[in-house]
Design a binder for this molecule. Structure first.
Ligand code: MLT
Length: 327
């Protein structure tokens, strides 16, 4: 009898705990949410996070606090996010580099992008451009290829660390051209772009969100965009196919992830808030002006993001292996 009563008491306690957890979730969030940005402030991931985070914080009634956590091409921050309490109070803006390319770039990567996170949703596609400093001699992509091949020993290429979009997409570019320039890492393409504008580095590959204004102001040169169609934000920049380098296919993406065991109702709440942000006219306009490509409804959800992560790991792994050692 005592045993039976003990079991009943344990069951009641377990039920109570479950009810407590379920009751706690409708209140979520009760305090600010930390949104980890794995790169420097002012760069593309940071800018997109602040625009979307602002709207999500209005929807959820709590501040989204941006925390720029730097290092190792975004993989340090991603490891931290993976190990954070799975309670919905720490999430990360991952991207094509941190959550796809890094798998092949780091054989001992601490996390599995497609298994160690709860996908919240895709935020934006970000086409990647081939860029040169203002007084870089080549006038078009053909001349760029010839010039870089002839002068590679004295050229510097900027990027945001092994694991970043800028590193991975220029790895593809350099592999196509069969060149290995000196590579100069920064903590994000915010600072890398500053170096390109100052003429301290010769070329880089960067997401459109970081560079529309600087291209239009003539502070840097744009040779091509790595998407099938030109961007409405930069209609004069040819696609890599039009410019003669069709193998340079480079569109990155940004997406929100929570740690793996975050309760489903919380992840659903975050997904719904993101969806609402992506439906908001003002948020859309701000993202579109920067050249982002906004996901349609079917591309937005948790399942669609997981499928994207898997397919992007599948796409980038052989490219990176064919390009050879990263450093
Ligand atoms: C950044 O925000 O600095 C970029 O997303 C870095 C990159 O991946 O190239």
């Amino acid at each position: 009898m005592t045993k039976v009563l003990g079991r009943v008491a344990a069951a009641v306690l377990a039920l109570g705990l479950c009810a407590g957890a379920a009751l706690a979730q409708p209140d979520y969030p009760r305090r600010p949410v930390t949104l980890i940005v794995p790169f420097a402030a002012g760069g593309p991931t940071d800018v997109i996070s602040r625009i979307v985070g602002e709207h999500m914080s209005r929807t959820l009634g709590q501040q989204f606090v941006i925390e720029n956590a730097l290092g190792a091409g975004g993989t340090t921050a991603s490891t931290r996010a993976m190990r954070a309490q799975p309670d919905g109070y720490t999430i990360i803006m991952g991207h094509m580099g941190t959550h796809a390319a890094s798998v092949a770039l780091y054989p001992n990567l601490a996390y599995k992008p497609d298994a160690d996170f709860a996908p919240i949703g895709m935020v934006a596609g970000t086409p990647v451009l081939i860029l040169g400093k203002k007084d870089f001699p080549p006038r078009d992509l053909n001349e760029f290829a010839t010039y870089v091949k002839a002068n590679v020993d004295r050229l510097n290429m900027a990027h945001a660390g092994v694991g970043s979009v800028s590193f991975t997409t220029c790895l593809l570019l350099n592999h196509i051209l069969n060149v290995k320039p000196t590579s100069i890492p920064f903590n994000g393409t915010g600072p890398a772009l500053t170096a390109l504008i100052a003429g301290q580095v010769d070329y880089m590959c960067d997401q459109i969100v970081n560079v529309v204004q600087q291209i239009n102001a003539g502070q840097i040169k744009a040779y091509a965009i790595g998407t099938a169609a030109r961007s409405p934000a930069l209609p004069n920049v040819p696609t890599s196919k039009e410019a003669g380098l069709p193998q340079f296919e480079a569109q990155a993406w940004n997406a929100l992830f929570a740690p793996k065991d975050t309760p489903k109702p919380i992840v659903d709440k975050l997904s719904a808030a993101l969806d609402k942000a992506l439906d908001d006219d003002n948020t859309r306009q701000r993202l579109l002006e920067l050249g982002s490509v906004l996901p349609e409804k079917p591309q937005r959800g948790q399942d669609a993001l997981l499928a994207l992560v898997k397919s992007e790991i599948g796409r980038w792994t052989p490219i990176i292996r064919a390009a050879g050692p990263s450093n």
